[in-house]
Design a protein around this ligand. Structure first.
Ligand code: SAH
Length: 255
């Protein structure tokens, strides 16, 4: 296979068929509607496309890859475009799973888009740079626990599935990779103002070395009702439930 990888598109094509099959088989069938992000030369695509019970679509930004996919998989529904600009509600009226060996340069943006569309996306199986996969799957108290770990684990059960060595890609990336799975949990609402919750999480981690008492000053809200015990901690020590408690204890200033 001739490879004309375009670095700025995060193109690292998977060469190992076993790993490709393992990724495709990691979907647990939460829905039959599936969207692959960045199929490239179709190494994952062929396993998904072969499954006739799936309503399968792919979105790929690189026109040369799209031409290649049309030639090799004439039946495939491939959209040429940017996943980040895609109107998901227009594409599927039903909930759909997201899968891919993702372009690593936009990993966080893909995950924030999943978070924003969580009620439409019951499952995600994806390969990320290993550090990103670890961060998403991290638990409170670990050094890698961060904004995406809290936001996503509020609504998804997250599993670190397996690590992938750089030599199975062409060209090999500089970093190791890992596959994770996110399955939507039963939580429909967090019993708090969710927009404020997101701000609290972001502000807390933006100054992750500070205690929350100091980091949350930036919010411009009253902290008097927030339990002392939580204010003395740092963001990386808090569970989702504790962030909810903080959010519900904030008071408007000047009242
Ligand atoms: N899935 C393939 C390719 C992975 S490389 C494989 O495993 O071999 C990442 C792919 O994402 C590339 O094909 C790249 O062109 C595509 N891509 C990069 N940015 C994208 C975006 N914003 N939307 C959709 N596809 C994108």
């Amino acid at each position: 296979m001739e490879v004309r990888a375009k670095k700025f598109l995060g193109q690292h094509f998977l060469k190992d068929e076993n790993i490709a099959r393992q990724i495709a088989e990691s979907l647990t069938g939460q829905t039959t509607h599936v969207l692959e992000i960045g199929p490239g030369m179709g190494v994952l695509t062929k396993y998904l496309h072969a499954n006739e019970s799936l309503d399968f679509h792919a979105i790929e930004i690189d026109s040369e890859s799209v031409v290649y996919l049309h030639e090799h998989y004439p039946q495939l529904h491939v959209i040429e475009g940017d996943f980040l600009a895609l109107n998901l509600a227009e594409l599927f009226s039903e909930p759909f799973a997201v899968i891919g060996n993702f372009p690593y340069n936009i990993s966080s943006q893909i995950l924030f888009k999943v978070f924003d569309n969580r009620n439409q996306i019951p499952e995600v199986v994806g390969m990320f740079q290993k550090e990103v996969a670890e961060r998403v799957a991290a638990k409170p108290g670990s050094k890698t626990y961060g904004i995406l770990s809290v936001l996503l684990s509020a609504f998804y059960d997250i599993e670190y599935l397996f690590t992938v060595h750089e030599h199975v890609f062409n060209p090999p990336p500089k970093v190791k990779s890992a596959v994770i799975r996110l399955k939507r949990n039963a939580v429909t609402t967090l019993d708090c103002d969710e927009a404020l919750f997101t701000r609290v999480v972001k502000i807390g981690f933006n100054q992750r070395r500070k205690t929350l008492r100091n980091a949350l000053k930036q919010l411009g809200m009253g902290l008097d009702n927030v339990p002392e015990e939580l204010l003395g901690k740092r963001a990386e020590q808090l569970s989702v439930a504790e962030f909810v408690t903080i959010t519900n204890s904030l008071t408007p200033l000047n009242q």
